[in-house]
Design a protein around this ligand. Structure first.
Ligand code: MN
Length: 292
């Protein structure tokens, strides 16, 4: 099933180029912040799935092109990210600071959930800076339930679904060595979408192709088979530290081919079996007190 959040903040099922608005059968659905009803219905999914499918049978769909898709998980408790999880990406990162180490040595990091935005973006770069901002196309994984210390062999049981994710990044430089958390947490620096594909539709998340284009030129093209820590290993690893919650989002690392973007660019991310999102890039019209 393709589960979408749209038009601030309704729940839809996507089929082909149509969307079925099933908000009326989702408990506590409300546009009031914080938007935790999405996390709650994921937690109660076993019950709610049937209600949604029954409702869908009676609902006239709308053309998908007529709605505004939003971040499918607007307010996760955690947005957790893998650094250096593809071998060839570690190679290209050598001069940018990872020192050739992988996620297995570097651990994971948190991005602010407030950096999430929908599948069309826009990504908004801070104004008046000559810093380099890069695209990182990643497979996003959504957690289904509260879990801690998940054994490797049970890790796939706690996956709710998958989405496309962009981990936008301000790079370090000789003069600037900020922590990842700050460099990756600007508002709009985590576009996600266009929807969640539920886990039952993805037989093996380690055999998906990821492609990223900027203005039509292919920059990243790889298979999730090249991950150093698999999705299951990441879940086992991360949950050995923190309790994961329904709706938590994992950014599972980016393959080789990262590169700079600037205002006016269109970033196209495609993951086989998951979907495609086209994200525009703009620049803030406000000069921040700190301009980086
Ligand atoms: Mn990343």
């Amino acid at each position: 099933m393709k589960l979408a959040i749209f038009n601030t903040w309704r729940v839809g099922i996507v089929e082909d180029d149509q969307i079925f608005d099933v908000t009326s059968v989702v408990p506590n659905a409300s546009p009031r912040w914080p938007l935790v009803f999405v996390n709650q219905f994921i937690d109660e999914w076993e019950d709610i799935r049937d209600r949604i499918m029954n409702a869908k049978a009676t609902i006239r769909p709308r053309p998908l092109a007529q709605v505004q898709l939003c971040a499918p998980i607007p307010n996760p408790q955690h947005l957790i990210a893998a650094p250096a999880n593809y071998r060839k990406h570690i190679g290209e990162m050598g001069k940018l600071g990872s020192g050739g180490r992988s996620m297995a040595q570097l651990g994971f990091f948190l991005k602010s959930p407030s950096s999430l935005t929908g599948p069309n973006g826009p990504v908004i770069l801070p104004r008046s800076t000559d810093r380099r901002f890069d695209h990182e196309a990643e497979l996003g994984v959504i957690i289904a339930r509260r879990c801690k210390n998940v054994p490797l062999e049970e890790a796939m049981d706690v996956v709710f679904g998958y989405t496309c994710l962009l981990d936008m990044t301000m790079r370090i430089s000789d003069e600037h060595q900020e922590e990842r958390v700050m460099r990756k947490s600007f508002d709009t620096f985590t576009p996600t979408g266009p929807w969640i594909v539920t886990a039952d539709e993805i037989e093996n998340p380690q055999e998906l192709s990821i492609t990223l284009k900027v203005n039509g030129d292919v920059r990243q093209s790889a298979s999730t088979a090249d991950m150093i820590l698999s999705v299951a290993e990441q879940i086992s690893y991360i949950s050995s530290v923190m309790t994961l919650s329904p709706g938590d989002v994992l950014a599972t690392g980016t393959p080789e081919g990262i590169g700079p973007i600037q205002k006016g660019d269109v970033i196209d991310v495609q993951i086989s079996g998951v979907g495609e999102m086209k994200v525009t890039v703009e620049e803030s019209d406000v000069v921040a007190p700190k301009t980086f």
